[in-house]
Design a protein around this ligand. Structure first.
Ligand SMILES: N[C@@H](CCC(=O)N[C@@H](CS)C(=O)NCC(=O)O)C(=O)O
Length: 234
């Protein structure tokens, strides 16, 4: 019997979401293991499965994987999503790097003081990267080579978040729009997006979960900002 794949993280998308999309495209069944309290995180750290004390943690094939970019690449190699040639693989890596910079703004959106501020930041980031991605896709409709790679999946995952905030953002980038549709209609990802494993768009509840588990201050616009911070001097 194969061990079920486990993904430990806050009960939300965050930095675990790219791994979920890569598990999905590989059609690998997995369980989200939500870490909802500081005690649960402490137990996970005590288990010595976190080499850098950080989440997410992916338990797969008898391995304890840390760092979402390593998880994504492990799953890319496992499923043949790393391109066929060295040149494609290095393009995958370059695009994955750019998508990480692009996607960071979407990861931070829920932490912004207002919806307007979040949307402004996303639009500016899209203005910087959108046409660069579009021009790259112009050649074959894909990020690298002539078959789907993990860089296409990462790009679609980031675009999914941008679209949730700005629904018409892909109106002037038809290649990006086509790539997005292609990725979300693959059997694994379309199934995942409709499944109970898919967390909703991150909002205040997610921000509060993160602060509570990490015992961190909430963003300054939220009330009772230090409600989860332990004062060790008192
Ligand atoms: N580059 C890492 C970042 C991991 C990370 O920052 N994880 C946060 C939660 S999103 C964490 O565990 N923070 C606690 C800590 O750094 O001690 C990745 O993508 O996996």
């Amino acid at each position: 019997m194969t061990n079920i794949v486990k993904l430990h993280y806050f009960p939300g998308r965050g930095r675990a979401e790219t791994t979920r999309w890569m598990l999905a495209i590989n059609q690998i069944k997995f369980n989200n293991i939500p870490i909802e309290t500081p005690e649960m995180l402490l137990d996970l750290r005590d288990s010595r499965k976190l080499p850098f004390d950080q989440m997410p943690l992916l338990e797969i094939d008898g391995l304890n994987l840390s760092q979402s970019s390593a998880m994504v690449r492990y799953l890319a190699r496992k499923g043949g999503y790393y391109g066929s040639r060295d040149e494609d693989a290095v393009w995958c890596d370059m695009i994955a790097g750019a998508v990480a910079d692009f996607g960071e703004t979407a990861l931070q959106a829920a932490f912004q003081p207002t919806k307007e501020i979040a949307i402004k930041a996303l639009q500016e980031r899209f203005n910087k990267f959108g046409l660069r991605f579009e021009n790259r896709l112009n050649e074959s409709g894909l990020c690298a080579g002539n078959k789907l790679t993990f860089s296409d999946v990462l790009l679609a995952e980031a675009l999914n978040s941008y679209l949730e905030w700005i629904p018409n953002i892909l109106d002037k980038t038809p290649f990006l729009n086509d790539l997005y549709k292609k990725v979300i209609s693959t059997p694994g990802i379309s199934h995942y997006l409709k499944s109970s494993q898919r967390y909703p768009m991150s909002g205040n509840n997610y921000v509060i979960d993160v602060a509570r588990v990490l015992r961190r201050a909430l963003p300054s616009h939220m009330s009772d900002q230090n409600r989860f911070v332990i004062d060790n001097n008192s």
